[in-house]
Write a protein that binds this ligand. Structure first.
Ligand code: SAH
Ligand code: SF4
Ligand code: F3S
Length: 467
């Protein structure tokens, strides 16, 4: 029998890429590959790339420079190292990648991962192989299901892609070009995946999609199901204690989603809802198709549906034409909402997007200064949110041993890391924790006596901060 070949895969960008990386490992396992953490031992290195901002896509080329040296070293030791570029840079740049970095053997777009074994064979035969088509199929249906051992190794919390692509065309964004049009997976396929994950110890699911709440998959009844209905179905699967979804768009928040937050204790009261800007003028220029008022109304609907619900968001500063007044409106919106966390980015023009043609660029120094001001405000909100947990009892899903011996780490409903001293058999359980203190972003506490009667369903023991 041939010894297994070794695969090293490095992912950049969003959760979709993290999930896709796992599926590539699964696809290549069937072809005799095993994963290695050591790039120098690899027979195949895959860079799973992100194109969202210039910095993200430039990282690929510096990494390819390093890989060229690793490949030369492998060749000196009589080994052949193959290099593949996957993900959104592969989709956006195609054969341009091989022109700039001839060390690359295979370029494969996000819709073609099920063809990887074939592409590797083609590259071995012909030297290079490129595939960046958008086949109109559910690529996941062609990938083998993960092996039991592989699922167990992935732990307590797992991602499941339910939707891919985006039809929104925000003027700054490459995603509609790199991931194609919105496609939803059928409900039954997702249910099968989730049952398999739950059977192997997964307790928390994050449903992912570039526009996850635009989900409109075919249900077992032949009808189109929205995300809220899918969440109801998944909450019924034994073993699933927590559900999350990411990333949603304000325009696709419908009644079914709000009702799911009202009715499903397993659905965590923490919603990532990017707004990008607090200025209507800029929102229009971004083609977000919602106003600040619309966004505030949506937040209000969530808050009415679920006590203790908290929000995170994404912001772009320095979009072309953003004035000091527009930026102040963003600060005002952040102040009004009070986020538990948020990401903020400097606008980065992306080739081929409408905003890249816009003239009124904001100066680099204004962008830096606005980013710093926004991040300071967000940090202060995040710290206040975390401090509010001190002295309360919150539910924690325990995931793994911590760095210090005897310590177990889990996460609260709001994804805050929480540490307790406890035996390892609490891993996989949701237990109440009395929070004593905060160390940077982590909560430290002790297991508290269960506040609920024996036999209560795990998922329903939901204690919320400040509730
Ligand atoms: N689908 C998600 C976002 C995906 S990209 C949504 O609609 O919210 C993640 C974040 O990257 C975006 O929310 C945005 O804040 C940021 N981003 C996208 N394109 C960008 C660009 N050209 N420059 C700077 N930030 C950008
Ligand atoms: Fe990009 Fe806008 Fe689509 Fe989000 S909704 S992926 S920001 S185009
Ligand atoms: Fe990046 Fe592509 Fe995700 S551009 S953010 S890896 S969809």
């Amino acid at each position: 029998m041939k010894p297994p070949r070794k695969l090293h895969i490095k992912s950049y960008g969003c959760q979709m890429n993290v999930y896709d990386a796992q599926r590539m490992v699964d696809a290549l396992a069937a072809d005799g590959f095993v994963e290695t953490a050591a790039v120098e031992d690899a027979d195949l290195v895959i860079l799973n790339t992100c194109h969202i901002r210039e910095k993200a896509s430039e990282k690929v080329y510096s990494e390819l420079g390093r890989l060229r040296l690793a490949r030369e070293e492998a060749a000196r030791n009589g080994r052949d190292m193959r290099i593949a570029v996957a993900g959104c840079v592969a989709q956006a740049e195609g054969d341009e990648i091989i022109r700039r970095a001839p060390v690359v053997d295979v370029v494969v777009g996000p819709q073609s991962y099920h063809h990887l074994p074939e592409l590797l064979a083609r590259a071995a035969r012909d030297g290079k192989a490129i595939e960046t088509e958008f086949p109109a199929q559910d690529k996941f249906g062609f990938l083998p299901p993960p092996e039991s051992d592989a699922i167990r190794a992935r732990g307590i919390s797992a991602f499941v892609t339910v939707q891919e692509g985006c039809d929104k065309f925000c003027t700054f964004c490459v995603v509609p070009y790199t991931r194609g049009a919105e496609v939803s997976r059928p409900v039954e396929r997702i249910v099968e995946d989730v049952k398999r994950l739950a059977d192997h110890g997964v307790r928390e699911l994050t449903l992912i999609g570039q526009n996850v709440n635009a989900y409109h998959g075919e249900g077992p009844d032949g009808r189109v199901w929205p995300l809220g209905r899918l969440l109801h179905r998944l909450a019924d699967i034994p073993g699933i204690a927590r559900l999350r979804y990411s990333t949603s768009h304000p325009r696709d928040v419908d009644d079914s989603l709000i009702e799911a937050h009202r009715d499903l204790p397993a659905l965590m009261p923490f919603v990532h809802l990017p707004v990008q800007s607090g200025s209507n003028r800029i929102l229009t220029a971004m083609n977000r198709k919602h106003t600040v008022r619309d966004y505030l109304d949506i937040i209000e609907r969530f808050r009415r549906a679920r006590q203790g619900i908290a929000f995170s968001s994404d912001f772009i500063v320095g979009f072309p034409g953003e004035s000091e007044q527009d930026f102040s409106a963003t600060l005002a919106l952040v102040t009004q909402i009070g986020y538990a966390a948020a990401y903020s980015f400097k606008y980065s023009p992306r080739p081929g997007t409408p905003a890249a043609e816009m003239q009124e660029m904001v100066s680099a120094s204004d962008m830096d200064q606005r980013l710093a001001r926004l991040q300071e405000l967000i940090d202060s909100q995040q710290s206040a949110f975390n401090r509010a947990a001190i002295g309360t009892t919150v539910d924690v899903l325990f995931e793994r041993p911590g760095r210090n011996s005897g310590q177990i780490v889990g996460r609260t409903a709001y994804l805050q890391p929480a540490h307790v001293m406890a035996p390892t058999d609490i891993i996989g359980k949701v237990l109440p924790v009395r929070i004593d203190r905060l160390e940077r972003y982590s909560l430290l506490g002790q297991l508290a006596p269960a506040p609920h009667p024996r036999g209560a369903k795990i998922a329903s023991s939901q204690t919320t901060i400040g509730a």
